[in-house]
Design a protein around this ligand. Structure first.
Ligand code: IMP
Length: 427
């Protein structure tokens, strides 16, 4: 199992940071292939807590090599802040990090256009973005107007930037928004490149050689399949491919070199931002899930919407990402609930359906069909084997496996590395 792709199987915030950290033990390489600093991966090591936005979580381990791949959009100033913060806490990031020269750059005008885009959308059509400029940066990439890390190292960078800024200022002025100053952006970017420049390289041969040597590689997904630009709840999605295929296009490692896909699945469901969410709870149970699960965004601090486990959505992840096994997280959050619901199908306009609709207006009309399960009302923390769990918790897990056709290989019962049960290939 040399190359593993890890994906979020819901709307992000599944607890990927911790699972990546656990899997990193065996990996030599940890690669980010999509998204940007809209992501917030929380990792607890000992008594210390880290929230990583752009830097791959492997940086917290000595001897690991980390790659920010071509599919990532990267804000140089905020990346330097993150690197400096980690370095000050004793992690020599610069020694461990490689940045693709093909990665696209997020500039301040992208962030401003992100905010403008949200503010100008009709009521009810806001996406609730993280306002990190992600959509406009990927927009420029697709429109072939973006700048990449390679451009930032080119002597022509000032000219290239000036023409972009002129165009973006026309757009900002037309919206009645403040404009940006090319000289200021140039100075800030060049300052950031003093740190980042030495880390930029062609990561394609680097990864090709590592794969050829059979070195263990972990592709650290950001966001989740339901936020994927193709398979998510479009248009309430992010602007990259969070599906497993994004690991290939965003790194240059081809599909026939990928060995395994791990899907990270929370034992219930959360979402930040707008868009349909069939199993969302608007009642005291939803409040309780938010309180016990501490469901507040790692990047924006926004309260997350909470709801019951949705097997229809999980099967959508299985079909679009080829999930081989689940890493099931936050099961311990359910410890105190008297009963638990699992959504097994949807009812849409009087018909029962088992697939995840493409049309968000249809998805918004879907009513979950629930199966009720008794809770276990006992602590699962500290369990070292599945058999140590209360019988009702074992039944709940077995039912999720049965409904999705995918086994649970990793079970997370708390934020620390020690609160983890490993099965199958990981044991
Ligand atoms: P954007 O990626 O900032 O454009 O935001 C688009 C949508 O994706 C919004 O609903 C965000 O809340 C959501 N989103 C983006 N990144 C994350 C993440 O890492 N976790 C959870 N939701 C995210």
């Amino acid at each position: 199992m040399a190359t593993t792709i890890l994906i979020g199987a819901q709307w992000g915030d599944e607890g990927k940071g911790k699972i990546i950290d656990v899997l990193t033990e065996r990996a030599t390489w940890v690669v980010r292939a999509q998204g940007g600093n809209n992501a917030g991966h929380t990792v607890e090591v000992g008594d210390e807590k880290f929230v990583l936005h752009l830097v791959p979580s492997g940086v917290l381990h000595a001897g690991k090599r980390c790659v920010i791949g071509n599919g990532v959009v990267l804000d140089p100033v905020s990346l330097v802040e993150e690197i400096d913060g980690l370095t000050a806490r004793g992690f020599p990031v610069a020694e461990r990090l490689h940045i693709s020269d093909r990665a696209h750059v997020v500039f301040p005008y992208h962030r401003m256009l992100d905010a403008q885009g949200e503010a100008r959308r009709a009521k009810g059509e806001q996406i609730g973005t993280t306002q990190r400029g992600i959509g406009p940066a990927y927009g420029d990439k697709a429109a072939r107007f973006g700048l990449r890390m390679a451009d930032l190292l080119d002597p022509e960078f000032p000219t290239l930037l000036t023409s972009r800024v002129a165009e973006k200022n026309r757009a900002l002025a037309a919206l009645g928004a403040p404009t940006v100053d090319a000289a200021e952006i140039l100075a800030a970017t060049q300052k950031a490149m003093k740190t980042l420049g030495p880390l930029v390289c062609d990561t394609v041969p680097l990864l090709y050689d590592a794969v050829a040597r059979g070195e263990e590689m972990l592709f650290e997904g950001a966001q989740g399949i339901l936020l994927d630009i193709d398979f998510g709840t479009y248009p309430y999605v992010t602007s990259s491919n969070a599906a497993s295929g994004g690991a290939c296009t965003g790194s240059g490692v081809p599909p026939n070199r990928m060995d395994r896909v791990v899907g990270v699945l929370k034992a219930y469901v959360t979402r930040v931002g707008e868009g349909p969410f069939p199993t969302e709870l608007h009642d005291a149970t939803g409040e309780e899930l938010r309180r016990v699960g501490n469901e507040f965004g790692a990047t924006t601090g926004r309260p997350r919407r909470c709801g019951w486990f949705d097997a229809v959505a999980a099967r959508h992840a299985v079909m679009t990402c080829g999930v081989d096994e689940w890493a099931l997280t936050k099961l311990d959050v359910l410890d105190g609930f008297a009963t638990l619901n699992i959504c097994t199908a949807y009812e849409l306009d009087g018909r029962r359906i088992a697939h995840f609709p493409a049309n968000v207006r249809e998805l918004a009309r879907c009513k979950p069909v629930y199966e009720e399960h008794p809770g276990w009302q006992a602590s699962t923390r500290g369990a070292k084997r599945l058999e140590d769990l209360p019988p009702a918790a074992q039944t709940y897990i077995a039912r999720l496996e049965e409904l999705t056709g995918v086994p649970v290989g990793i079970l997370s019962l708390g934020p620390r590395r020690a609160d983890t049960i490993l099965r199958g290939v990981h044991a």
